[in-house]
Design a protein around this ligand. Structure first.
Ligand SMILES: Cc1cc2nc3c(=O)[nH]c(=O)nc-3n(C[C@H](O)[C@H](O)[C@H](O)COP(=O)(O)O)c2cc1C
Length: 181
């Protein structure tokens, strides 16, 4: 089945490690015939959730009219939602966290987003896999709350500088994940 996949990235490094994972994933997904839409949150204007709970009341997902309103329709349409990011301070980078926080608009706006697939691509400098917990656990719990099925995670530790990812199996694993979808 040809699926609609949305990929949301969180790194500001265009040639960086998580973008390399993202590119490998997208290339394999497109080769499989899936339709991929990509949003690079670090190069968009998405502010934090104001918790105003007026989502969709103006006709727009977020009443504060930022770029989340471009991302939201693609999420609603998607079969699969993929998040790709580095670990920042044992957690999710602010750029993509703002997008994740604004997923709340679907809850407030009464949108049915259940039944999607979700996947995670992530990397970090340290070798200790527990460093990934600050990214992995929130994504897994967010997916569970949204009734999304986690279909795969590619978590690559030990990469700091641009290009370090090439010394790992990361891109191969990201492509293999796309094969599974
Ligand atoms: C602001 C900032 C915070 C970071 N915090 C962590 C961290 O807590 N743990 C870790 O292992 N790496 C940390 N890193 C390193 C990045 O996760 C690592 O360099 C990663 O490969 C960057 O991915 P990118 O090239 O896709 O941006 C941090 C990097 C930055 C810029």
């Amino acid at each position: 089945m040809r699926k609609k996949i949305i990929v949301i990235t969180g790194s500001p490094r265009k040639a960086g490690n998580s973008f390399a994972l993202t590119d490998a994933f997208i290339q394999a997904a497109q080769e499989k015939g899936h339709f991929v839409t990509r949003f690079d949150a670090a190069f968009m204007n998405v502010g934090g959730c104001h918790a105003c709970e007026t989502c969709y009341q103006t006709g727009e997902p977020c009443s504060f009219h930022d770029d989340f309103n471009r991302i939201a329709p693609a999420i609603l349409e998607a079969d699969t939602v993929v998040f790709s990011m580095p670990v920042y301070w044992y957690s999710i980078p602010a750029q993509i966290k703002a997008v994740i926080d604004k997923l709340f608009s679907f809850v407030v706006g009464g949108k049915d987003i259940a039944g999607k697939e979700c996947a995670l691509l992530a990397c970090c400098e340290e070798e200790d896999m527990s460093v990934m917990d600050g990214v992995r656990i929130p994504i897994e719990r967010m997916a569970a709350l949204n009734k999304w099925k986690m279909v795969g995670e590619v978590l690559i530790p030990g990469v700091l500088h641009i290009g370090d990812i090439d010394k790992t199996e990361g891109c191969k694993k990201a492509a293999a994940l796309a094969e599974k979808i």
